[in-house]
Design a protein around this ligand. Sequence first.
Ligand code: NAD
Length: 482
Amino acid sequence: MNITNQILIDGKFLDAADGDTAPVINPVDESTITEIAVGGKAEVNAAVAAAKTAFVSEAWGNMSGWDRGKCLNRLADLIEKDAETIARLEALEIGRPYVEPFNVDVPSAIATLRTYAGYADKIEGRQVPGPDHFGRPITAIVERRPIGVAAIILPWNAPTMIACWKLGPALASGCTVVVKPAMEAPLAVLHLGKLILEAGIPAGVVNIVPGRGSVVGDLMATHKDINKVSFTGSPRVGARIATLCAPLFKKLTLELGGKGPQIICADADLDAAIPGVAMNIFANQGEICAAGSRIFVHRSMEEEVVKRMAAEADSRKLGNQFDEATSMGALVSKAQFDSVLRYIKTGVSEGARIATGGERYGDIGYFVKPTVLAGVRNDMTVAKEEIFGPVAALIAYDTLEEAIALANDTDYALSANVWTRDFSTAHRLAKAIDAGTVWVNGGGTPDPRTAWGGDRQSGIGKELGWAGIESYTKERVLNFLY
Ligand code: NAD
């Protein structure tokens, strides 16, 4: 497989000026996949300068929305053609089973780009006929303009999909961008860079600078020529980015963590629900912001659900990301592996019971067995903090009022799942739970036409849908007096 491991600036792939490199590790066997070039101040400055020039250039600045849409559709075509390579790169660097990015993330990336190709020529303004202005007729034209150069900071858990969630609206709007992939998972995103050039998107419109968060991320947040920062990652780093952006009043979108509730109602069809509940916490090794990690189960069926969830966990086959039999991979890094095991230990010390899992799998690679914790209370650490691993915390409740109160008693508000056969219970819970997205009797990736995002520790602002366009554009008012 051809691996791109250099920095993309102004249409060229380059090494770092100071020769800095870092290894990308395969989490499944701890081997080094490749060494990537690591950007620093020189690369950030060059990338921002290229993006700034491209923003006002004839080639991009004057390109019609219609033509920007064609670029996005060509990029989607190229991703479709290269789907296997992209999914392989993502599986390799994250350690997740190949079938997941191939069947979920890459199709979501393609759908997102096609959705925004459709929006690109429909970013319209409006005309507001005013009352007289001191005796003179006035008409205001409200137009929507691209915001300028945007910094895109990515997490490692779903890089292809999340990169396209941000590139789609940014490019449709006419912005130019500097992308910083996470150090753990830069390869699929760098490959996208190649396809972006092949799609005829002019040099400098998309620049990709892998780099250490505290260096490149900070430089981007404080660079005076970056007008907007779109960050997906942890609340801790999100808060830091917000603080850095504040003195410069940069536009900001923060897509942060989650601690999603899944409420299993007393009337739920367990045969249908349990595989879905398990998928919502064990897919991508639980390294998903929307993971349904707090599972509220009606006390009448607690024992049964613990048993069935343990069986679901035990049915996962951990192994190499490219083995067809593998249904769960390794955690992305040693740090993540240590952190998840630490959380499980804390859970037990606070009174939770391990129904299954709770330990390392094998002796090489960052595998943690899918874990079911029973007897959890909502005030335990494992129910309060985002673990970002394959750990399901089961919490019993007696009444729906109690379930709603417990579901909402959290610092996060990103996503939630409800499992019930009753139509009015479904509506009641969906309305009462405070989350950006609520799924009833299912789960999955967001439709790119609908907004995604949460509140509080889950972030600020939305991406996807028309909200995505709004987040990369600004309104201007032109007043005409006659
Ligand atoms: P992270 O916050 O550690 O890193 C995210 C990005 O920020 C990386 O590119 C990293 O290099 C960079 N970074 C790290 N330190 C930085 C600093 N001091 N200054 C600037 N940039 C810095 O998050 P992660 O571990 O990559 O991802 C996991 C987190 O992302 C979880 O909390 C998860 O819920 C969240 N997430 C949210 C969504 C969403 O849509 N809401 C989607 C995926 C992941």
